[in-house]
Design a protein around this ligand. Structure first.
Ligand code: ADP
Length: 557
C-alpha cells in the first residue's frame, strides 16, 4: 500500500525546488478544483540521458483525493511511480510515457489497486507542457455489472447448451474460480433429495483437496443432512458471512479434526445460497474467499441470480429425465399389456366367429334374430378389441425397430378391392358409400399384410370421420409410383393439427366424440416409409380429407 513516508523519502533527479515552482497559484487549477472527476497534473522526471523515469505530482483536485482515499497535497513534487510502483508493473507508466513523448492522447479503462483493493478506472491522459493532465473516474461498479452480466450470460449458455447438466455444472463451478471467488462448492440434489452432484473447486490443487475434505465432513448435526446444505442453510435462506470469525468457524465444524482442517483452509468470507425451483430444494451454491477480498451484499445478490439460473436448468433437466423415464415405463407397459391381451382377445374373436358361423348354419336350431344380432355385435367388438391390441403391438415393434417387411408381388388394386369388400357392412352402418376407381391392376413388390393394414386404417378413418358422406378410393400409377388416394367429405382437420396427426398417440378430435388411440396414422406412415414411400394429407375443417400414399413399385427391404 502506498504510504506518505515512502513518497517523502523519494529522491528524484532534478532540482527539488522545481517541484514547488511547477505548482502555480491555486487559481491556475480552478477549472479542475470543483470537477467531479479526479484530475491530476504531473510533470516529467527525466534522467541525465533524457529518458522519462517518473512523473512528479503537480496538482491533484479534491475528487482525485477522494477517489484515491488519501490526501495528495503533501506529495506535490514527489514521484508518482515511486508512490505507486504498480503503475510500472502494470504497463500503465509506459502508456503514459508515450502520451508525453508522442503527444498522443491516452484513453483507457484500467484495473488498479487502491488500498489493496482492485478498482476499475477510466483514464484520459493528455499532454500538458512537459507533463500530463490526467482525468480519471471510478468505473468499478459499471465494470462489475458488465462482468456479472457477461458471467450470467455465459452460465446460461452453458446450462442450456446440452441436457448433460452434470457436465455443465462441473464447467460452471470451475469458471466461478477465480472470477467470483477463491473457492466454490456446488451441491445439487434431485427432486427426491438424492445427491446428483458435488463440485468443490479452489484455485490451487492442495486447497481444493482440503476444501473437498472439509465439505465431506460437513453436515447438519440437528437434521443429519449431509454436506453444506444442512449446515449453512438450515433455514433455507441465503447467508452472507463477510468475515468468518474464529467463533463462527467453530460453529461450522463437527469435531476437533474438522475444526483443525477448517483452520488450515482458512476461509475469510463466505456466501451460501440455496438452489430452489418450484418450491423444491435442489441444493446450494457456496462461494468462499481465503484472503484479500470479502463478500458484500452485491456479491450475495449476484450469487442469488446465478443460483436461480442453475436451479432452473437443473429443474428442467430433472423434469425431462422424469418424463423420459415415464415414457420408457409407458412403452414397457404397452409391450407387456399388449402381449398379455393378445391371447384372450384372439381366442375370444375366434370363438365368437365360430359361434356365429354355427348360428347362421342353424347348428343349434334357429337362433332368434335378436340373439343373432347380439352375437354379431360381440363379434364386431371382439374384432375391434383385437385390432386395438394389434395396434399397440405394432407400436412396440416399431419402437424396437422390429417392423419387418415380407415382400412379394402384389396387385394394389385387387388388394384395395378386397379390403373394401370387408368394409361393406361398416360402410353401410356409417351410411357412407365406398366408391372405388382404378384404371386396372397396379402391380408392385410390397408386404401384402402391411399394405392391407394401411388401406384398412385409411378406410376406417374415412368412415369414422366421414360424416356419412361418400368415400372415394382411387388406385393408379403416376410417374413410376403406385398411388392410393382415400378421399372423404367429412369433418376435416384444422390446419394447425395437420403436421402432427401422423405422430404417435396424436389425435385432432375430442375423445368424447370419437374413440381411438391415435395410432392408426402413425403405424400407416411407418409402414409406408418402410416400403420406401410417403403418405400425405390435404384437408380443411368441414371440407373432408384426402390421404395420399405413394409407393415405389419395387420396395427395397
Ligand atoms: P385415431 O383415429 O385412433 O384417433 P389416427 O392415427 O388414425 O388415430 O388418426 C389421428 C387423428 O387424425 C385422428 O384422431 C383425427 O383427428 C385425424 N384424422 C385421421 N383421419 C381423418 C379423416 N379422414 N378426417 C378427419 N380427421 C382425421
Amino acid at each position: 500500500m502506498p504510504t506518505l513516508r515512502a513518497a517523502a523519502k523519494s529522491v528524484l533527479p532534478g532540482d527539488p525546488e522545481e517541484a514547488a515552482s511547477v505548482s502555480p497559484s491555486p487559481d491556475a487549477w480552478s477549472f479542475a478544483a470543483e470537477h467531479p472527476d479526479g484530475y491530476l497534473a504531473v510533470g516529467s522526471v527525466r534522467d541525465d540521458s533524457g529518458a522519462l523515469v517518473d512523473f512528479r505530482w503537480v496538482y491533484a483536485n479534491p475528487a482525485a483525493e477522494a477517489l484515491m482515499g488519501m490526501r495528495l497535497a503533501g506529495l506535490l513534487g514527489h514521484g508518482v511511480v515511486e508512490l505507486f510502483p504498480d503503475l510500472r508493473t502494470r504497463g500503465l507508466f509506459a502508456r503514459l510515457a508515450r502520451a508525453v513523448d508522442r503527444g498522443e492522447p491516452y484513453v483507457d479503462e484500467v484495473l488498479f489497486p487502491i488500498d489493496g483493493r482492485e478498482r476499475w478506472f477510466r483514464v484520459v491522459a493528455l499532454q500538458r507542457g512537459e507533463g500530463l493532465s490526467i482525468w480519471f473516474n471510478d468505473i468499478s461498479r459499471r465494470k462489475r455489472e458488465e462482468q456479472e452480466t457477461g458471467f450470467l450470460a455465459e452460465a446460461s449458455h452453458l446450462l442450456t447448451a446440452s441436457l448433460d447438466v452434470e457436465a455443465a455444472l462441473h464447467e460452471l463451478s470451475r469458471r466461478c474460480v477465480p472470477t467470483l471467488a477463491d473457492g466454490c462448492v456446488l451441491q445439487v440434489m434431485d427432486g427426491r433429495g438424492q445427491p446428483l452432484l458435488l463440485e468443490t473447486v479452489a484455485s490451487e490443487p492442495t486447497q481444493e483437496a482440503l476444501l473437498a475434505e472439509v465439505v465431506r465432513r460437513s453436515g447438519s448435526p440437528s437434521t443429519g443432512e449431509a454436506g453444506l446444505v444442512g449446515l449453512l442453510l438450515p433455514q433455507d435462506t441465503p447467508q452472507l458471512l463477510p468475515e468468518v470469525t474464529p467463533a463462527l468457524l467453530q460453529s461450522l465444524t463437527q469435531d476437533a479434526e474438522h475444526l483443525r482442517l477448517m483452520r488450515v483452509l482458512g476461509p475469510r468470507s463466505l456466501l451460501a445460497v440455496p438452489l430452489r425451483a418450484r418450491g423444491r430444494p435442489l441444493g446450494a451454491l457456496v462461494l468462499v474467499t481465503f484472503c484479500g477480498r470479502t463478500f458484500g451484499p452485491d456479491d450475495l445478490r449476484f450469487c442469488e441470480d446465478l443460483a436461480d439460473r442453475i436451479a432452473l436448468s437443473v429443474d428442467n433437466v430433472l423434469l425431462f429425465r422424469e418424463a423420459r423415464l415415464a415414457v420408457a415405463q409407458r412403452d414397457e407397459f404397452f409391450t407387456v399389456a399388449a402381449h398379455e391381451l393378445r391371447t384372450p382377445t384372439t381366442s375370444l374373436k375366434l370363438n365368437v366367429q365360430s359361434l356365429l358361423r354355427g348360428a347362421r348354419r342353424g347348428e343349434a336350431g334357429a337362433l332368434p334374430s335378436p340373439l343373432l344380432g347380439k352375437l354379431e355385435g360381440i363379434d364386431r367388438h371382439a374384432g375391434r378389441l383385437n385390432a386395438l391390441v394389434n395396434e399397440l403391438l405394432d407400436v412396440t415393434r416399431i419402437h424396437a425397430g422390429r417392423l419387418r417387411m415380407d415382400l412379394e408381388e402384389v396387385d394394389l388394386t385387387a388388394l384395395v378391392q378386397d379390403v373394401a369388400a370387408r368394409f361393406e357392412l361398416p360402410a353401410t352402418q356409417a351410411r357412407s358409400p365406398l366408391l372405388l376407381e382404378s384404371p386396372g391392376p397396379v402391380l408392385g413388390t410390397w408386404d401384402r399384410l402391411r399394405l392391407e393394414q394401411v388401406v384398412t386404417n385409411l378406410l376406417s378413418n374415412a368412415l369414422k370421420y366421414g360424416a356419412g358422406k361418400p368415400v372415394r378410393v382411387r388406385v393408379e400409377t403416376s410417374g413410376g409410383l403406385a398411388r392410393l388416394e382415400v378421399r372423404d367429405e367429412g369433418i376435416g382437420i384444422a390446419p394447425e393439427s395437420l403436421p402432427r396427426i401422423f405422430g404417435r398417440f396424436e389425435r385432432a378430435v375430442s375423445d368424447r366424440h370419437y374413440g381411438g388411440l391415435g395410432l392408426g396414422l402413425y403405424i400407416t406412415r411407418q409402414i409406408v416409409e418402410a416400403l420406401g414411400g410417403s403418405v400425405s394429407v390435404r384437408s380443411a375443417p368441414g371440407a373432408g380429407a384426402t390421404f395420399t400414399v405413394e409407393l415405389p413399385r419395387q420396395a427395397t427391404p
